[in-house]
Design a protein around this ligand. Structure first.
Ligand code: SF4
Length: 339
């Protein structure tokens, strides 16, 4: 564990007020990220991965959302306490984000050079010509051929994979301390996915930018991340070094995610063409108030106490690994069923 993380999220809780009630979409989420490190956030859709990223960037629409507890520290500075004007200066400069579908983030009416250069002008006070030169340099860095010509083109003149490269160029143009990549390759075909992951790794090594990679793809985690945090129903249920978590998952949900990964076919004896395993059931509604473990209805190891309460987090390996499950809560008292 790094004593001086670049990003430190502690006890982050978020709720959304809906017509049907209050949804607790994040519950006591904590993690930290060292300089130059990569943390994978994994889980099924709706488990809170993207909300974690949006909350850290202070991009949750308020209302209907509300950050009810926690802090997000970038180099020791609590972002949740910053005035909005200062937070705007952080976004796109010290912390940037790339999304699944670049067309929702790129403006079709401006050239890619204008859009990459805008961040450099805004945050670093660069002149128009210096910003254009930086845009050309960044397009070259993300592997776009003829960047001097392409910088004057519009987003629709790029393929899906090339647009994602433009987004990465834009996100890294100001050399941020932290890049949050939210399912950056889901909309792309497999070959382009591999290229984008290689590109993010290479740029991270070159610039020292720390990366939070949000994905449901365990293969991408194995390839890209140093550490992984597994999210379920708004909580982190397991976190540790990638090799430890993938080889000896402790939480039944982590085990389920690994068994569902396409790369596990051979290990599970599933022949090509046979359907992959699935975790039975679905993610529970976040509108429900529950005392116990949110995974209980899908868990093959569930015990009566799992419906009654949650154990405190169990820390292992000198604190380098943690899990939230009664199976690993030796020595902790089971919740009382009385009353
Ligand atoms: Fe399964 Fe109980 Fe552990 Fe939840 S706390 S994952 S229900 S064993």
């Amino acid at each position: 564990m790094n004593a001086d993380p670049i990003l430190d999220v502690a006890g982050l809780s978020v709720e959304f007020h809906t017509r049907r009630g209050i949804a607790r979409v994040l519950d006591d989420v904590s993690f930290s990220l060292p300089r130059g490190g990569t943390l994978g956030l994994v889980g099924e859709s709706g488990c809170g991965k993207s909300i974690t990223a949006l909350a850290a960037m202070r991009l949750i629409p308020q209302p209907p959302g509300r950050i009810t507890a926690g802090r997000v520290r970038l180099e020791g500075r609590d972002l949740l306490a910053l005035p909005e004007a200062q937070m705007r200066a952080v976004r796109g400069d010290r912390m940037s984000m790339i999304f699944q579908e670049p067309m929702t983030s790129l403006n079709p009416a401006y050239t890619v050079g204008d859009q990459i250069g805008e961040a450099v002008r805004l945050h670093q006070g660069a002149s128009r010509s210096a910003a254009l030169a930086r845009a050309v340099e960044m397009l070259g860095a993300v592997g776009i051929a003829s960047p001097e010509r392409r910088v004057h083109q519009y987003p629709h003149q790029f393929s899906g994979g090339m647009r994602q490269r433009v987004m990465i160029a834009m996100a890294l143009a100001c050399k941020p301390d932290v890049l949050i990549a939210d399912e950056p390759t889901t909309a792309l075909d497999v070959t382009v996915q591999a290229q984008i992951f290689d590109l993010i790794s290479e740029l991270r090594e070159r610039t020292g930018t720390a990366v939070v990679l949000i994905t449901h793809d365990m293969g991408a985690i194995a390839e890209m991340a140093d550490r992984v945090a597994v999210m379920y129903a708004g909580r982190i249920v397991e976190e540790g070094a990638v090799a430890d978590v993938l080889h000896t998952p402790l939480h039944p949900y982590t085990q389920g995610l690994i068994d569902c990964a396409p790369g596990r076919r051979a290990a599970l004896g599933i022949a090509p063409g046979e359907p992959l395993r699935e975790i039975p059931g679905t993610v529970p509604s976040l509108l429900e108030r529950r005392a116990g473990c949110a995974f209980v209805s899908r868990c093959a190891h569930a015990m009566p106490r799992c419906s009654v309460g949650l154990p405190a987090e169990t820390r292992l390996d000198g604190g380098a690994r943690r899990v939230l499950c009664w199976l690993h809560a030796d020595g902790q008292a089971a919740p009382s069923t009385a009353g």
